[in-house]
Design a protein around this ligand. Structure first.
Ligand code: SF4
Length: 360
């Protein structure tokens, strides 16, 4: 029987991502909002472009994506939708690794983003050269990386996984007797290890948004709302995940709100998801999981500062100028497609839909 290692046991050197932009959502007057939305609709039509938006982006972007024949979804579904859509340009409202994944799956298409500086603490905290050195220290392990990584890190991996399929893939590899090197989210990795019993070593990365959810404060909220169901994204700390009625990806949490027989839900993921949750279940009560005590401060306050960089102004400007195009080195893309392809094929072989996270 293989040895089970704890998250702390063989983690890479501690790395915390300290620098992050201030979370600032775009402020627009009603007139400007309508004018910008009109310009974006017109440009999407004129340029044979489709808008794909992540659940964590601002409601206006989600509304535009839905209205114009695009999609609001998780990262992998965004990339797959862009791949299958006949449009020649895919506009990705999200963070950089999502644009890169779309480009890897659709190299012949033009992929644009409102802001190329919109990134992710998991991606930033896992530089390709340092990650490659960590992999070299563990040549006997199968390298599995989360979708929230750069194209170069995906290219170094054997498998890419999203949060909804991570447990299934690791269980499959564990049953084949493989030992795992997991990166970059230590909380998701710890959850997967706990579910599968796999032998895993971990890169020390975290999502700055989910890491702020607080177990002690959540316990108090549960006491105040004893009938509420607790929905938690597995990028959250173990003490928060332990209190969940449902642990799942963004798509899985959205489905839980629609299908579960409860009136009130406490949601531990980016607050951007509330737009779709309210749309899907307008009669239900949705509460944000606490990110800090009453007297404390939070940094992201349950909204990703990089997702907040996507706005109507930057989207209109990108479409009108063609700026912010995503490019991925063809050799890196070819290699990353191998690890992404394994996940897609694994999902297909189990005849199930692979839903992403990110987020994610
Ligand atoms: S919310 Fe998503 S994109 Fe933002 S830091 Fe966390 S994992 Fe990265």
């Amino acid at each position: 029987m293989s040895k089970v290692q704890s998250v702390e046991a063989e983690a890479a050197p501690v790395r915390f991502f300290r620098e992050q932009p201030f979370t600032a959502s775009e402020q627009l007057g009603a007139g400007e909002r309508e004018r910008l939305m009109g310009r974006i609709r017109e440009q999407l039509r004129a340029q044979d472009a489709v808008l794909v938006a992540h659940y964590y982006t601002a409601p206006d972007l989600q509304i535009l994506a839905d209205e114009t024949g695009g999609i609001v979804s998780d990262s992998l579904e965004m990339a797959r939708f862009g791949y299958e859509h006949p449009g020649r340009t895919v506009v990705v409202a999200g963070v950089r690794f999502m644009g890169e994944t779309a480009k890897i799956l659709s190299p012949e298409k033009r992929v644009l983003m409102p802001d190329l500086e919109a990134t992710c603490s998991l991606d930033l905290g896992c530089p390709p050269d340092e990650f490659a050195a960590f992999c070299d220290q563990h040549p006997d392990r199968t390298v599995v990386v989360y979708a929230n990584t750069s194209a170069a890190v995906k290219a170094r991996a054997d498998w890419v996984v999203t949060s909804s399929i991570a447990v299934d893939v690791i269980r499959h590899l564990h049953e084949r007797g493989e030992k795992i090197l997991w990166a970059p989210d230590k909380h998701l990795g710890g959850y997967v290890q706990q579910q599968t019993g796999a032998d895993m070593v971990f890169w020390d990365g975290a999502c700055i948004v989910h890491e702020e959810f607080k177990a002690i404060e959540l316990d108090k909220v549960r006491a105040e709302h004893p009938d509420a169901r607790i929905l938690v994204h597995p990028e959250s700390p173990a003490g928060v995940v332990a209190q969940a009625d449902v642990v799942g990806s963004t798509s899985q949490l959205l489905k839980a709100v629609q299908t579960m027989d409860a009136q009130t839900f406490v949601v531990a993921t980016d607050a951007g998801i509330f737009h779709k949750m309210r749309e899907a279940a307008p009669d239900k009560t949705l509460l944000e999981a606490p990110t800090a005590g009453r007297s404390a401060t939070c940094s992201s306050c349950a909204h990703c500062p990089w997702m907040a960089m996507n706005g109507l102004r930057s989207l209109a400007g990108t479409l009108e100028t063609g700026a912010n195009e995503i490019h991925v080195d063809p050799g890196v893309a070819e290699q990353a497609l191998v690890s992404l392809g394994r996940m897609l094929e694994f999902g297909r072989s189990r005849q199930r839909t692979v839903e992403g996270a990110g987020d994610a």
